[in-house]
Design a protein around this ligand. Structure first.
Ligand code: CP
Ligand code: NVA
Length: 309
């Protein structure tokens, strides 16, 4: 199979086929088990990591992933760049492309990421926008594959806010043929445009995508129970007023009891313990959250290998 990612941007999962995503996941598992050995596609190359929002997992795992592949990572917050004083993303991308071999970018609008990528002459990777978090979805699907041994015949339930993480999971599940249920309070559904896009993928893959308001419908007999914070980075403080609306969407012992006995509980982290998930569940025997966090590293080693290999 031709490696479509080589030398390309990775801004969303949209351009990748199910086979391409699966190949990436298998490579991630292989690299996790066998190590990178002599594979050093980034040797004598430098990758810039730009974070306009805070990050623990994405920043550190990308920094280590670049290093594992022989490269040098330079990490910038917006305060470290003239970007923080109003230099445009386009000019930033143009200039940094003259020094660097790739950029990993966490920012606000997907349009801001696209503008930066459009002006850059090196590959740009999405490290989270308000619209999507595709690197997270890659690590998540890898984790499901490890725990369940397969991606087919599973019921995947996402409960909470229809946000960036939900969007990327919907793209991944609908491309990979997974039955996905998304339960959100009214007014917090994922964006209609992304739902339509994913319904299109589901039609060809045999996946299904159910949007419901009742978290119990999503959790019933689920193989995977997934949640994320109720208020995302960059959302107005007023969004916190909505917290009351999410009360029934917390993953707690009672919700886990609705799912299959061997359910895996996932959270992209950081968690607000006691809000979207109880500490009992996050620290409990069904939680996959820590392996999921580790897999960010392995999935990104595979991704960087595909882009720069
Ligand atoms: N899950 C995730 O992207 O975490 P960080 O915000 O810590 O990078
Ligand atoms: N939806 C969350 C994900 C954090 C990794 C946010 O954007 O803040």
């Amino acid at each position: 199979m031709k490696n479509k990612l080589k030398g390309s941007d990775f801004l969303t999962l949209a351009p990748l086929s199910a086979e391409e995503i699966e190949a990436l996941l298998e490579e991630a598992v292989r690299l996790k088990n066998d190590g990178v050995r002599g594979f050093k596609p980034l040797s004598n190359r430098a990758v810039g990591l730009i974070f306009e929002k805070p990050s623990t997992r994405t920043r550190v795992s990308f920094e280590v992933a670049v290093q594992r592949l022989g490269g040098h990572a330079l990490v910038f917050s917006d305060r470290d760049l003239q970007l923080g004083r109003g230099e445009t993303v386009e000019d930033t991308g143009r200039v940094l492309s003259r020094y660097l071999d790739g950029l990993v970018v966490r920012t606000f609008g997907q349009d801001r990421l696209e503008a930066l990528a459009g002006a850059s002459t090196v590959p740009v990777i999405n490290a989270l926008t308000d619209e999507s978090h595709p690197c997270q979805a890659l690590a998540d699907m890898m984790t499901v594959m490890e725990y369940k041994g397969t991606l087919s015949g599973l019921k995947f339930a996402y409960v909470g806010d229809g946000n960036n993480v939900a969007n990327s999971l919907m793209r991944a599940c609908s491309k990979l043929g997974i039955e996905m249920w998304v339960a959100t309070p009214p007014g917090h559904e994922p964006e209609g445009r992304v739902v339509e896009e994913c319904r299109g993928y589901a039609e060809s893959s045999g996946a299904s995508l159910e949007l419901v308001a009742d978290p119990g419908d999503a959790a019933a007999d689920a193989d995977v129970l997934y949640t994320d914070v109720w208020v995302s980075m960059g959302q107005p403080e007023a969004a916190a007023d909505a917290l009351g609306r999410f009360r029934d969407y917390r993953i707690d012992r009672e919700m886990v009891a609705l799912a299959r006995e061997d359910v895996m509980v996932m959270h992209c982290l950081p968690a607000h313990r006691g809000q979207e998930i109880t500490s009992e569940v996050l620290d409990g025997s069904r939680s996959a959250a820590w392996d999921q966090a580790e897999n960010r590293l392995h999935a990104q080693v595979a991704l960087l290998g595909a882009v720069f290999g």
